[in-house]
Design a protein around this ligand. Structure first.
Ligand code: SAM
Length: 338
């Protein structure tokens, strides 16, 4: 069944003229860190195992997205995707699709020292590693785990395996690691990593996010400018979430993802698949479309593609964080796939 005006073939268009070509796939809602701005110390009620898509089901849905729906980029995320046992095989199956999509992964880096090379050999192109501070004590405080050396080893292994550009994602929390931005940028420049700061979003499981305590894109840039000269990057941004700047007149870049204060919804080209097979049109969507039940009930590729198109046709114009009626999605970031 199609909604009025919705195309019944072709790509993932919405009513506001956007077409999604970038698919974020969550491979698990579980994680081996407990970042304070993401999850409570005791973790969450994880998805029952039988609700999580099998490797074959994930690969089938990605194949449909690539072959029938115009997806050209696939990013694996979570939870922590490196703890999914079938990850290397999933990457290898997706890399064999025709047309072959670009393949990337967002990870906390733990275990990447061991997995970077097999993932590269399986066809992974790039990684983003999350790292919020270089101070071991603060890292342990923020993530509730003393794993900074593992993350640093993972970053080095990713670069050595050729998973380039290796990007670093950092979230700054006021009063905790907001003084670490300059050190993080120095570290990234020295190591050849591309650093991007992400504004803290209202997607924490604890619903503790407050606009007033969020470190804004403007504050981050002002802080960086006390130590570096930043020039706007002339490269075309397209649908990329990060606004980027050239650092000290060199080709090295730093990016800021200002989801809250500098929203980029008008250029959004993303669609999301959760680990339990739900399509989401937006990180902040309050509705999901259930592909898993249809898939397990025997739906054809064409029927699943139709459901996916319908879900995206209903995508809202913007995330609505500034709307007084904004409601935080029921699922936290770790269960949606960041
Ligand atoms: N475990 C992987 C990782 O650490 O990159 C992938 C999932 S994690 C949810 C993806 C990214 O979302 C991480 O960079 C993390 O710091 C970020 N993140 C989590 N909660 C966030 C929040 N409330 N606001 C902004 N970013 C958040």
């Amino acid at each position: 069944m199609t909604i009025a005006g919705q195309p019944d073939r072709g790509g993932l268009a919405d009513r506001f003229g956007r077409t999604a070509t970038d698919l974020r796939v969550s491979l698990t809602d579980r994680c081996n860190l407990r970042c304070t701005y993401c999850m409570p110390a005791e973790g969450l009620a994880w998805l029952p195992r039988d609700e999580v898509l099998t490797d074959a089901e994930v690969v089938r849905l990605i194949r449909i997205a690539v072959e029938r729906l115009g997806i050209t980029e696939v990013r694996f995320t979570g939870g922590e995707p490196l703890i999914r046992p079938g990850l290397v095989d999933i990457v290898s199956a997706v890399a064999a699709l025709d047309p072959r999509p670009g393949l990337s992964l967002t990870t906390n880096g733990i275990g990447l020292d061991r997995l970077a090379r097999p993932l590269r050999e399986a066809g992974l192109d790039r990684v983003n590693v999350s790292l919020d501070t270089l101070d071991r004590g603060r890292f342990a405080e923020l993530t509730r785990r003393d794993r900074l050396p593992d993350v640093l080893a993972g970053l080095a292994a990713a670069a050595a395996a050729g998973l380039r550009p290796v990007k670093i994602n950092a979230v700054l929390i006021r009063g905790v690691n907001d003084a670490d931005a300059i050190d993080l940028l120095r570290f990234a420049l020295a190591g050849g990593y591309e650093l991007r700061f992400i504004e803290q979003m209202p997607l924490d499981a604890q619903h503790a996010w407050q606009r007033a305590s969020m470190v804004t894109a403007d504050e981050i840039l002002a802080d960086l400018r006390t130590a570096f000269t930043l020039r706007p990057d002339p490269a075309h941004r397209g649908g990329a979430p990060a606004e980027t700047w050239l650092v000290d007149g060199h080709s090295a870049r730093v990016g800021v993802i200002g989801t809250v204060t500098r929203p980029f919804c008008g250029d959004c080209d993303r669609t999301r698949l959760t680990a339990d097979g739900q399509v989401r049109a937006c990180l902040f969507a309050t509705e999901e479309s259930d592909l898993r039940t249809a898939l397990r009930a025997g739906a054809t590729d064409a029927e699943l593609a139709d459901r996916w198109r319908a879900a995206m046709w209903g995508k809202k114009a913007g995330h609505g964080i500034d709307d007084p009626a904004f409601l935080q999605p029921v699922r936290p970031m770790s269960a949606i796939g960041g």
